[in-house]
Design a protein around this ligand. Structure first.
Ligand code: SF4
Length: 268
């Protein structure tokens, strides 16, 4: 009997316009080997199912209800959700993005899901931290049209300090993936005093300068949208009182990158 794979899915977002071209559906897989201090999907970091509390309003009364985060779903069940959106993909040049968490930590599920998409000629994107064995990238290459590749911190020790892992494998995979010629956008989070320092920006430019095929760069300014999620998870958040990343500064950094690379955008 043919094996079917299950994964813990913590969100499926329809009409997503920020995770690849066109209108997309983004599937968020629970579990990530990194622990970035600024992560805006803290409910996607742990691999196992968790509980969080959500507010439930009944009239004027607000009660805190414990709810599970994540639902085990098979690739067939996720495809049922995807198939509802296909007309929007066709209209907009969109498709499916697998995100997380880290989709490459769910190798078999991600492969099977993307394969099913490709069998239906649906455009596929993988949003990754790059932290995985190269073998996993190799496996996903034939079923992935495009990678959204996060690049956060240039210095390996600083990377380790702020994400829990150093960036050796991430950089190796970045260069290898680039060599394959596969379409990729490099996404850089802008986080005050962590990724936006002159030293880090220069380090990232150095890294990107060595790519054989220049990749579009997207700067992602930090937004303090995850505060409530941390509270609901009862998890400490070092950005509890942080403001959104200043728009002016994001555009100044964009200019610095534009002095070296042609295609650099800032996400609104
Ligand atoms: S790699 Fe992404 S999902 Fe994983 S902890 Fe960092 S920001 Fe969160």
């Amino acid at each position: 009997m043919k094996k079917t794979y299950k994964a813990l899915i913590f969100d499926i977002q329809s009409f997503s316009i920020q995770d690849g071209p066109g209108i997309r559906i983004t599937v968020f897989l629970k579990g990530c080997p990194l622990q970035c201090s600024w992560c805006h999907n803290p409910e996607g970091i742990r691999f196992e199912q968790q509980q969080w509390v959500r507010e439930q309003k009944t009239g004027k009364h607000i009660a805190l209800k414990p709810l599970p985060v994540g639902k085990h779903m098979t690739t067939e069940e996720v495809m049922e959700e995807i198939n509802k959106e296909v007309p929007f993909f066709d209209e907009s040049g969109g498709g499916v993005t697998v995100s997380g968490g880290e989709p490459l930590s769910h190798e078999e599920f991600t492969f099977e899901l993307l394969k099913k998409c490709k069998e239906q000629y649906i455009h596929t994107c993988v949003d990754t931290s790059g932290y995985a064995r190269w073998k996993v990238f190799e496996k996903l290459l034939p079923v992935t049209d495009m990678f959204l590749y996060d690049l956060k911190i240039a210095d390996p020790k600083e990377h380790l300090k702020h994400t829990g892992k150093d960036n050796t494998e991430i950089l190796k995979n970045l260069y290898k993936l680039n060599k394959t010629g596969k379409e990729m956008t490099v996404r850089i989070p802008l986080v005050v005093t962590i990724t936006d320092t002159q030293k880090n920006i220069e380090g990232l430019i150095n890294i990107l300068d060595k790519l054989e095929k220049p990749a579009p760069i997207e700067l992602l300014p930090f937004h303090n949208i995850a505060k409530k999620k941390y509270k609901n998870l009862n998890k400490e958040y070092m950005f509890d009182n942080a403001n959104n990343f200043p728009v002016k500064k994001a555009h100044e950094i964009q200019q610095v990158f534009l002095n070296h690379f042609e295609n650099v955008s800032v996400r609104d």
